[in-house]
Design a protein around this ligand. Structure first.
Ligand code: SF4
Length: 338
């Protein structure tokens, strides 16, 4: 059985990387965030310094982001570290500093997407969850000659399901590591080393000599994607909380409150910091708005207003003129108001 060969191959041939020699979800998480957009050889010294300085989630949660920044400066894409710092605070405040151990709780943390949640669940908690990164996508599309565009969500969903169906339930951690390692060291983008690949006998693209035709990826769009949690907050009188924008793009217009996050827990805390106490009611919808230079991906949630302690926000019913002074990105949410 070829996938058994893959696990044996990994056990013999794995690179000795510090974040692979641990089952600490904290260390695995830090490594996964650092590895986003960064090569292993570049991130390793940063990883060692970071773990040495911030030995626990508590140590990370208790400092300001400004104190974290010097330990990641040079790695780029700093939003990931800001979100990681937010997540450490959520873990410290809500889980007593213990990393949550269910997929749903891990996935709900700021900055943790499907891939990172799958990697943590499978390698730290040994649960059979798919962790589909670029390396694994390349291996799967070559093995099964899948020529769908890997930029599309439907393709990612299909590959995720395929990867999920292949996971070894006895050793999900080894399976996840092995697939990533195979992609990183053997099934390389250019010149894959098929002659020493443990999956060669089941690889369809190898059989047809078209390995490097996979995966297929369409041309990129240049627009920046921003993910927001957009909050529809209202009280018993059906008055909605709005903010008058001061930033250049929509200065003077009224918007619902939103924060760059993918976590309800973090958003609720962020609202509290703004002086708005709420109770989360429900997820409403996911909606995208395309601007000239960026795309807003808004996850819209309803919240019940419990307390409003800040004068900078407004309470208005839907017939108020403020609702006519909204940018289209938010006025299209009015259809979901009660
Ligand atoms: S045989 Fe070649 S193309 Fe197929 S999985 Fe192995 S390295 Fe990749």
């Amino acid at each position: 059985m070829a996938f058994k060969d893959l696990l044996s191959w990994y056990k013999k041939n794995q690179r000795q990387l510090p974040f692979r020699q641990t089952t600490s979800p904290y260390k695995i998480w830090v490594a996964e965030i650092m590895l986003q957009q960064t090569q292993v050889v570049t991130m390793l010294p940063y990883y060692e310094r970071f773990i040495h300085k911030f030995t626990t989630i508590e140590a990370l949660a208790k400092v300001s982001f400004e104190e974290v920044l010097p330990y990641v400066t040079g790695l780029g894409y700093y939003r990931r570290f800001r979100l990681m710092h937010q997540a450490a605070q959520v873990i410290f405040n809500h889980y007593g500093g213990q990393f949550p151990n269910t997929y749903q709780d891990v996935r709900a943390l700021p900055g943790i997407g499907e891939y990172t949640a799958g990697a943590i669940m499978s390698t730290a908690f040994k649960q059979p969850y798919s962790a589909l990164d670029g390396n694994v996508m390349r291996v799967l599309t070559r093995l099964f000659m899948i020529d769908d565009d890997i930029r599309k969500n439907t393709t990612i969903k299909r590959l995720n399901e395929l990867n999920q169906s292949l996971i070894d339930h006895k050793e999900p951690d080894i399976y996840t590591h092995a697939m990533m390692e195979l992609g990183a060291t053997i099934c390389k983008p250019v010149s894959p080393k098929c002659d020493i690949c443990p999956l060669q006998d089941m690889c369809q693209s190898y059989e047809h000599h078209i390995q490097t035709s996979f995966p297929y990826k369409s041309k990129a769009t240049s627009k920046k994607h921003v993910k927001y949690m957009t909050c529809i907050i209202y009280n018993d009188q059906k008055q909605y909380v709005l903010k008058k924008e001061t930033q250049a793009l929509f200065e003077g217009m009224y918007l619902f409150l939103q924060v760059e996050s993918e976590s309800v827990v973090y958003t609720t805390e962020w609202l509290l910091e703004q002086g708005i106490e709420v109770e989360h009611l429900e997820f409403i919808t996911q909606i995208k708005h395309v601007f000239t230079h960026q795309i807003w991906e808004m996850e819209v949630h309803a919240f019940k207003l419990l307390n409003l302690n800040d004068q900078q926000f407004f309470l208005a019913t839907v017939d108020h003129p403020m609702f006519n002074m909204m940018p289209k990105a938010h006025s299209k949410l009015n259809q979901f108001l009660k």
